[in-house]
Design a protein around this ligand. Structure first.
Ligand SMILES: [Zn+2]
Length: 206
């Protein structure tokens, strides 16, 4: 696998909300076909393919080094880190489906009672309000627990068991999902922060 298939580019919709990450090859194709433009993460300037190829981007950012470039058979092009789609302004709003693996990721692989690191194969899913009391199998009622804590808590609420949660369980945000399993490029931060603001603002309004 070459760099063009490995490196990821943060992909924003037309109004700069993050949608996904694409492999570099796909991102370059979108820009070359005029379906996306490149955003310089330092200056927030926008470049179409011609401008980018003409090295306008380099003039805009003096910190560019050779490692920021990729050579293909026909060209030598600076690797974009963020692109914005030319037309698509939508924002997939579907909730993140509940899953055991998702709980593991959301809780950062730590028992939510004792905060110990738990290996995936050793994880147990604890229902904060036990199923026997009507507790749902949901993001809001399930946490990652180590076997020991789950056993100790048994069929009780945390209060009854005199155990407290490290964090109140919540449905993970789309942003969490977006970056799951992807190496997080520091250059993406300003755009991801924006998404968090937009998301919380729209949540407040609704
Ligand atoms: Zn524990």
């Amino acid at each position: 696998m070459t760099r063009i298939e490995l490196e990821r580019v943060l992909t924003l919709n037309r109004v700069w909300q993050p949608l996904t990450t694409l492999v570099l090859r796909k991102a370059l194709v979108l820009v070359a076909r005029g379906r996306a433009r490149i955003v310089c993460p330092q200056t927030f300037q926008i470049f179409n393919w011609k401008q980018w190829i003409a090295d306008r981007a380099v003039a805009a950012d003096a910190h560019v080094i050779e490692a920021d470039y990729i050579r293909t058979a026909t060209m030598h092009v600076r690797i974009p880190q963020v692109i914005t789609l030319a037309k698509f302004a939508g924002y997939p709003n579907a909730g993140v489906p509940f899953s055991r693996r998702g709980v593991y990721e959301r809780d950062n692989g730590r028992c939510q009672y004792c905060n110990a690191v738990v290996h995936k194969r050793d994880m147990t899913l604890d229902h904060v309000v036990p199923v026997s009391r009507g507790g749902a199998t949901s993001w809001g009622n399930c946490v990652l627990a180590c076997g020991r804590c789950n056993h100790r808590k048994a069929d009780r609420t945390p209060r009854e068991a005199e155990m407290s949660l490290v964090e109140t369980p919540q449905q993970p945000t789309r942003e969490d999902l977006l970056l799951r399993g992807v190496h997080r490029n520091p250059a993406w931060e300003p755009f991801i922060g924006k998404a968090a603001e937009v998301t919380s603002a729209s949540t407040l309004k609704s």
